[in-house]
Design a protein around this ligand. Structure first.
Ligand SMILES: [Zn+2]
Length: 151
Protein backbone atom coordinates (compact mmCIF):
# COMPACT_ATOMS: atom_id res chain seq x y z
CA UNK A 1 0.00 0.00 0.00
CA UNK A 2 1.54 3.30 -1.05
CA UNK A 3 1.31 6.42 1.06
CA UNK A 4 -0.72 8.19 -1.63
CA UNK A 5 -3.34 5.46 -1.69
CA UNK A 6 -3.50 5.43 2.09
CA UNK A 7 -4.17 9.15 2.16
CA UNK A 8 -6.98 8.78 -0.35
CA UNK A 9 -8.72 6.17 1.80
CA UNK A 10 -8.47 8.16 5.00
CA UNK A 11 -8.86 11.92 4.96
CA UNK A 12 -5.41 13.11 6.12
CA UNK A 13 -6.71 15.71 8.54
CA UNK A 14 -8.80 13.41 10.72
CA UNK A 15 -6.16 10.67 10.63
CA UNK A 16 -3.49 13.08 11.79
CA UNK A 17 -5.74 14.36 14.50
CA UNK A 18 -6.39 10.84 15.75
CA UNK A 19 -2.66 10.09 15.91
CA UNK A 20 -2.13 13.37 17.72
CA UNK A 21 -4.82 12.55 20.30
CA UNK A 22 -3.42 9.06 20.86
CA UNK A 23 -0.01 10.56 21.56
CA UNK A 24 -1.54 13.00 23.99
CA UNK A 25 -3.30 10.13 25.70
CA UNK A 26 0.00 8.28 26.13
CA UNK A 27 1.53 11.36 27.72
CA UNK A 28 -1.35 11.58 30.15
CA UNK A 29 -0.69 8.09 31.48
CA UNK A 30 2.48 9.26 33.17
CA UNK A 31 0.80 10.27 36.38
CA UNK A 32 -2.79 10.38 37.54
CA UNK A 33 -2.17 13.49 39.59
CA UNK A 34 -0.67 15.27 36.60
CA UNK A 35 -3.53 14.20 34.32
CA UNK A 36 -6.08 15.43 36.83
CA UNK A 37 -4.34 18.78 37.02
CA UNK A 38 -4.29 19.07 33.25
CA UNK A 39 -7.99 18.23 33.04
CA UNK A 40 -8.79 20.92 35.58
CA UNK A 41 -6.74 23.41 33.60
CA UNK A 42 -8.29 22.58 30.25
CA UNK A 43 -11.78 22.76 31.78
CA UNK A 44 -10.90 26.09 33.28
CA UNK A 45 -9.45 27.38 30.00
CA UNK A 46 -12.73 26.55 28.29
CA UNK A 47 -14.65 28.12 31.14
CA UNK A 48 -12.76 31.40 30.95
CA UNK A 49 -13.18 31.60 27.17
CA UNK A 50 -16.94 31.07 27.59
CA UNK A 51 -16.99 33.60 30.42
CA UNK A 52 -15.24 36.18 28.23
CA UNK A 53 -17.55 35.44 25.26
CA UNK A 54 -20.63 35.87 27.41
CA UNK A 55 -19.30 39.07 28.86
CA UNK A 56 -18.60 40.41 25.36
CA UNK A 57 -22.19 39.64 24.36
CA UNK A 58 -23.56 41.29 27.49
CA UNK A 59 -21.32 44.34 27.14
CA UNK A 60 -21.37 45.35 23.48
CA UNK A 61 -20.46 48.93 24.34
CA UNK A 62 -17.49 48.13 26.56
CA UNK A 63 -14.46 50.35 26.22
CA UNK A 64 -11.03 48.97 25.46
CA UNK A 65 -10.06 49.56 29.09
CA UNK A 66 -13.09 47.63 30.37
CA UNK A 67 -12.31 44.75 28.04
CA UNK A 68 -8.72 44.76 29.23
CA UNK A 69 -9.83 44.72 32.87
CA UNK A 70 -12.26 41.88 32.27
CA UNK A 71 -9.68 39.84 30.38
CA UNK A 72 -7.15 40.32 33.15
CA UNK A 73 -9.70 39.26 35.77
CA UNK A 74 -10.63 36.16 33.77
CA UNK A 75 -7.00 35.20 33.13
CA UNK A 76 -6.13 35.62 36.80
CA UNK A 77 -8.39 32.61 37.51
CA UNK A 78 -6.19 30.55 35.25
CA UNK A 79 -3.08 31.97 36.85
CA UNK A 80 -4.24 30.89 40.30
CA UNK A 81 -5.08 27.41 39.00
CA UNK A 82 -1.65 27.14 37.35
CA UNK A 83 0.13 28.12 40.54
CA UNK A 84 -1.93 25.67 42.59
CA UNK A 85 -1.36 22.89 40.07
CA UNK A 86 2.39 23.49 40.00
CA UNK A 87 2.52 23.52 43.77
CA UNK A 88 0.55 20.28 43.96
CA UNK A 89 3.05 18.55 41.69
CA UNK A 90 5.87 19.63 43.95
CA UNK A 91 4.28 18.37 47.14
CA UNK A 92 6.02 15.02 46.78
CA UNK A 93 9.27 16.84 47.38
CA UNK A 94 8.08 17.96 50.78
CA UNK A 95 10.51 17.78 53.64
CA UNK A 96 8.47 15.90 56.28
CA UNK A 97 10.07 12.54 55.50
CA UNK A 98 13.56 13.87 54.96
CA UNK A 99 16.59 13.35 57.19
CA UNK A 100 17.13 16.01 59.84
CA UNK A 101 20.05 17.64 58.02
CA UNK A 102 17.96 18.09 54.87
CA UNK A 103 14.97 19.62 56.61
CA UNK A 104 14.39 23.35 56.81
CA UNK A 105 15.82 24.92 59.92
CA UNK A 106 14.61 27.46 62.42
CA UNK A 107 15.93 30.92 61.49
CA UNK A 108 16.61 31.66 65.17
CA UNK A 109 18.37 28.53 66.39
CA UNK A 110 19.19 26.64 63.17
CA UNK A 111 17.47 23.55 64.59
CA UNK A 112 15.79 21.22 62.06
CA UNK A 113 12.04 21.79 62.09
CA UNK A 114 9.53 19.15 63.14
CA UNK A 115 6.58 18.65 60.80
CA UNK A 116 3.16 19.52 62.23
CA UNK A 117 1.35 18.14 59.21
CA UNK A 118 -0.09 19.98 56.27
CA UNK A 119 -2.09 23.13 56.68
CA UNK A 120 -3.65 25.44 54.17
CA UNK A 121 -1.51 28.43 53.49
CA UNK A 122 -3.19 31.33 51.74
CA UNK A 123 -1.22 33.57 49.46
CA UNK A 124 -2.36 36.48 47.39
CA UNK A 125 -2.19 36.08 43.65
CA UNK A 126 -3.00 38.26 40.70
CA UNK A 127 -5.99 40.60 41.01
CA UNK A 128 -6.09 39.87 44.74
CA UNK A 129 -7.18 36.30 44.15
CA UNK A 130 -6.53 33.90 46.97
CA UNK A 131 -4.13 31.06 46.25
CA UNK A 132 -4.57 28.15 48.63
CA UNK A 133 -1.63 25.87 49.03
CA UNK A 134 -1.25 22.89 51.30
CA UNK A 135 2.07 23.30 52.95
CA UNK A 136 3.82 21.54 55.77
CA UNK A 137 3.74 23.57 58.91
CA UNK A 138 6.87 23.19 61.01
CA UNK A 139 7.78 23.79 64.61
CA UNK A 140 11.21 24.35 66.07
CA UNK A 141 11.75 21.89 68.92
CA UNK A 142 14.14 24.33 70.58
CA UNK A 143 12.29 27.67 70.70
CA UNK A 144 8.80 26.53 69.74
CA UNK A 145 8.39 28.91 66.81
CA UNK A 146 5.97 27.56 64.22
CA UNK A 147 5.83 28.63 60.60
CA UNK A 148 5.67 27.60 56.99
CA UNK A 149 9.22 27.15 55.75
CA UNK A 150 9.83 28.83 52.40
CA UNK A 151 9.45 26.72 49.29
ZN1 LIG B 1 14.07 27.82 67.05
Amino acid sequence: MSATKDQREHPPSSRDLRIFLEEKHEEGKRGEKQMKGEEILSDLSEEIVVDMDNWNKDNPGATFLEIEEKARDVVSKLEVALIQKSALEREEDSWAEQEEEERPTCPNCKEPLVSRGKRVRSLQGAQGREIKLKRIYGTCSNCGTSFFPPG
